[in-house]
Design a protein around this ligand. Sequence first.
Ligand code: GLN
Length: 535
Amino acid sequence: MSKYIFTTGGVCSSLGKGIASASMGALLECRGLKVCMIKIDPYLNVDAGTMSPYQHGEVFVTDDGAETDLDLGNYERFTNSPLSAANSITTGQIYQEVIRRERAGQYLGKCVQVVPHITDEIKRRIYALGEKPDIDVTIVETGGTVGDIESIPYLEAIRQIIHERGKKNTCSVHLTLVPEVSGGEVKTKPTQHSVKAMREIGIQPDVLLCRCKEELEEGFKKKIAQFTNIDFDCVLSAHDVNTTIYEIPASYHAQGFDDVVCEKLDLKTKKADIAPWIKLADQYKKDGTKVTIGMIGKYTKLGDTYKSIDEGIVHGAIKNNVDVELVKIESDELEKGNPEEILKNLDGILIPGGFGERGIIGMTLAAKYARENKIPYFGICLGVQIMVIEYCRNVLGIADADSSEFRPEGANSVIALLEEQVDVIEYGGTMRLGGYDSHLVKGSKIHEAYGADVIRERHRHRYEVANNYKERMTEAGLILSGFSPDGQLVESAEWKDHPWGVGVQFHPEFKSTPLNPGPLFDKFVKAVGDSKNKK
Ligand code: GLN
């Protein structure tokens, strides 16, 4: 039977509960424990698939094709917990299920209520994952801030689980803010109030992670402990780290986080072996070749839109000791004035995923520039489609080559829906989502990067390279280097006689982790560093 850790947040949002929860998972794994990570999002959307990247950041995709909150990406980057649709709980899913049962008459005439029916469904989902035989600790992170109306049923369900499973089997970790006001004075009052709000709903936090700028001094910890009824050694400083978020597990460990949690949960384990995390933080030196990689995308103004790609680049940078500055360029910007003025400062160009017509011209200009000027280029999903469109227009001379996504009546749709999808699209839900195999062509850059004939990566797209143009593309020199197992769908394309120009239809960023960087992030960053060194 699993033990449970419940992570909640106080004072304000965006304190980094996801990274805190992921770091706890990483540390417990370092002690040899098997963890399961669950994210609760108290919104009414059924999943994150329909949410605007402007409002909610990246949509993370699991291997089974669930479109989830980006915190699941943090979990996968820090832990080995296998994630699927079930690990992402939203209010939309809970209500959908309860209402479905009500319509099916399964509540036998009872009045269906938030307590107990909604709270029971929440508990059922948490227990279903925690009860799996090999799980030692289930970490459940509740999004939002204590006091939010939306999260009340979840906190009530958590209170009940703590009561049902008992104090030795459950641990409440509360992440709060300890701000500095003008003059640098440190304030503990918001934290005191936040713990009070938790107690009002019946949960006494066991561990506090205090987000602060500088390491929290002992005096403040004592004061917080006294006013919140929390043991002094359970009040930890979650101060800003200097270099990378991958330092956080080591920082928590140094303060005894995993010791206090294991003691509280009565878990007898080996001592934590955090050597891989320490090594990683040491490797993150800034003395390598300095390069600038430009990400030419559509939603670049918001920090978290391409979260997993940002991290993938960091993973490649750490592995190759290249000092990468990643600049995000709104592709519209390239359409104004002289794009070369912007592009000439870049040592590498990356075009990420995206939907809709806006910004396509700018991305095509960037791909042409990278191809002609032999700048390393990495195209992800939309990025490979742009690569193909640009090649067809400028090398094959098909002036109106386009994707039917952007020009439905286009005579030359080199990127198109599959025949069988054309009718289905009216019903929605036609995206290719989740993990699929790709067969790689020997001798290609992608084959060299993975060192394997068959790979599995995650997808989230609707359109594909059109089969009826494939022959002309290859004749004109575009290398098609990866295919679906039946050979029908193009999974990757490459430029020949180019230092490194690779585009992939899948999203390799979802599987890249700091301890095991995605091969394409590794080789792209390496190519950018190498070509800079040659300049
Ligand atoms: N809009 C493109 C498609 O649906 C690319 C999607 C993406 O980049 N994720 O095929």
